[in-house]
Design a protein around this ligand. Structure first.
Ligand code: GTP
Ligand code: MG
Ligand code: NA
Length: 349
């Protein structure tokens, strides 16, 4: 609970980047899931969502958390995975618009590609702060990559001098320089003095797990800092969200998978959906939450029925009359006396 009695909101972290630069694999490594390997054609085609609880973040980061000057108060992170294939610009924009903070994934060996640049422009437009995950450092010639914090592996004891030189060249040529050309100051995260002025780059390997503690520490620390600065830490009022997918579920009929980005959703309240040609009002029959660390679009476990969902969260909603609803529609979940207010809001979006 915060000073004024509100609940701390879970920040939304959007993962963006060029196709195959390793977004889903990076999340798989954090979650211990295997979503990327099961994707048709090896490409992501939908927005995904998963919750990383704060105790997992603290366990993975360990002593690295001492690098942060503040205690972590957030309840965890809601991570949104997006497709990198050029066909899915609208999904990247939807993900980018939801985000409090973003992780821009760049293959350190390939550098900036068209959808990397597109992602930077989306983030600039949404004024979303971001860190760069410079991925696939295990492929730098001679690099000795291990499942450990990058900061403890980046030294002359663990790396050959040629590998260190090659790392610095790729970091500068493929990541820092293109960011400078797009108008951003950027540097290796451990060399950054002021995180509000310089983009932090965290070298990682989604395959070995190197750098993941550093990445989670930076993202959790920055998310909390930026949320505090924008006074967006409290969850209050009715739920606001966006539909990710519409799905038939046995026994439930047509359901929606949604991200709740603000407020609290309650079972039995009214679901108000902004459609292209009007507004749908229906009654929430069931709220179903994915398990922590499960990818919503490919879960390992069954979703759990709950009476209430607090932002930010992914949730499956069962309700009558969802046949006409489509992905991308704005939603509200409100008590009866707020239906009119909610209708006006979704019509304006
Ligand atoms: P889209 O969602 O389709 O844009 O791709 P993505 O960015 O999610 O990339 P994905 O996780 O599908 O990974 C693409 C390929 O790169 C897979 O074969 C991964 O195994 C591989 N890969 C991802 N990260 C790393 C890494 O750190 N090192 C190495 N060697 N391979 C990686
Ligand atoms: Mg992917
Ligand atoms: Na891929």
């Amino acid at each position: 609970k915060t000073k004024n009695g509100g609940n701390l909101r879970c920040p939304i972290v959007c993962v963006l980047g060029h196709v195959d630069h390793g977004k889903t694999t990076l999340l798989d490594k954090i979650r211990k899931t295997r979503v990327a390997k099961r994707e048709a054609g090896g490409i992501t085609q939908h927005i995904g969502a998963s919750e990383i609880p704060i105790d997992v973040i603290k366990r993975v980061c360990g002593d690295l958390l001492n690098m942060l000057k503040a205690d972590l108060k957030i309840p965890g992170l809601l991570v949104i995975d997006t497709p990198g294939h050029e066909a899915f610009t609208s999904l990247r924009k939807r993900g980018g618009a939801l985000a409090d903070i973003a992780i821009l994934v760049v293959d350190i060996n390939e550098g900036f590609k068209p959808q990397t640049i597109e992602a930077v422009n989306i983030l600039r437009q949404c004024k979303t702060p971001f860190v760069v995950a410079a991925n696939k450092i295990d492929l730098i010639p001679g690099w000795n990559s291990k499942e450990m914090p990058f900061i403890l592996n980046f030294n002359e004891k663990n790396q050959h001098p040629n590998a260190l030189t090659e790392f610095e060249i790729r970091l500068y040529e493929n990541v820092i320089k293109p960011l400078n050309e797009l108008g951003f100051e950027a540097d290796l995260y451990s060399r950054v003095q002021d995180v509000t002025k310089t983009v932090c780059i965290v070298p990682v390997s989604a395959v070995t797990g190197e750098g993941i503690p550093d990445l989670l520490m930076m993202v959790a620390g920055l998310a909390q800092k930026f949320l505090e600065d924008r006074l967006k830490l409290n969850v209050e009022g009715y739920a606001k969200g966006t539909i990710l997918e519409v799905k038939e579920e046995r026994g439930l009929g047509t359901t929606i998978d949604a991200i709740i980005y603000d407020g609290i959703a309650k079972r039995g309240d009214y679901l108000v959906v902004g459609l292209p040609d009007g507004v749908l009002v229906t009654r929430v029959k069931a709220l179903l939450k994915p398990k922590p660390l499960d990818e919503m679009r490919d879960p390992r476990d069954k979703f759990k029925p709950v009476n209430e969902v607090t932002a930010a969260a992914g949730v499956k909603i069962a309700a009558p009359d969802l046949d006409k609803v489509i992905a991308g529609c704005p939603i509200r979940i409100v008590p009866k006396d707020k239906i009119e207010e909610a209708k006006e809001e979704v019509m304006r979006e």
